[in-house]
Ligand binder design. Structure first.
Ligand code: 5GP
Length: 189
């Protein structure tokens, strides 16, 4: 994947508010956000082609066999993957491309593109994470508990990331991430 753009991988446990932070980043013209594919069902008001491409397991597995993903992983009971074509195109155009993916996906991207930037978004505390996850009101208790358990496993993995940014407020967190990217661009890595 030769390119001049910057690949920015953003991870963080479910309920950290990383979706809101990423939406804030996207107000900046230079960024492009990869829309992942997933086999999970839409949540709340999510729409196909906006938050995710919602696919059947069969379709997802066909795309895997056609090498359609840069990376894919299983998270809880579903597949999630980054479609290859748009990301390669934007990188070729010199864009900063954001992948909002979980930790296994980040590890795969790092192997493929060691020059990527990885940023882990941390909640201010585990209690706050639980509160945010429950306030979404879109999931069953069982799903909330499984996401919280996964968050406990993921938080120590932040050590493998280039940067850890705390999402205390969305604006401050997004600004810190923009500053990281600005500095790296200026240093012309
Ligand atoms: P959610 O179901 O809450 O939207 O996402 C669950 C997890 O999957 C989140 O940590 C999210 O960042 C991650 N995720 C979303 N898209 C992708 C993807 O394309 N690849 C990987 N590896 N993880 C993803």
């Amino acid at each position: 994947m030769a390119s001049e753009g910057i690949l920015v991988v953003i991870s963080g446990p479910a309920g950290t508010g990383k979706g809101t932070v990423v939406a804030k980043l996207m107000e900046d013209d230079g960024f492009r956000l990869s829309i992942s594919a997933t086999t999970r069902a839409p949540r709340g008001a999510e729409q196909d082609g906006v938050q995710y491409h919602f696919l059947t397991k069969e379709r997802f597995e066909k795309l895997i066999s056609e090498n359609g993903f840069i990376e894919y992983a299983q998270y809880l009971d579903n597949y999630y993957g980054t479609p290859r074509r748009p990301v390669e195109q934007w990188l070729g155009e010199g864009r900063a491309v954001i992948l909002e993916i979980e930790v296994q996906g980040c590890e795969k991207i790092k192997k493929l593109r060691p020059d990527c930037i990885s940023i882990f978004i941390m909640p201010p505390s585990f209690e706050e994470l639980e509160r945010r996850l429950r306030n979404r009101g879109t999931e069953t208790e069982d799903k909330i508990l499984r996401r919280l358990a996964r968050a406990k496993e993921e938080m120590p993995l932040s050590e493998g990331y280039d940067y850890v940014v705390v999402n205390d407020t969305v604006d401050r967190c997004a600004e810190e991430i923009k500053e990281i990217i600005r500095k790296l661009k200026a240093a012309d890595r």
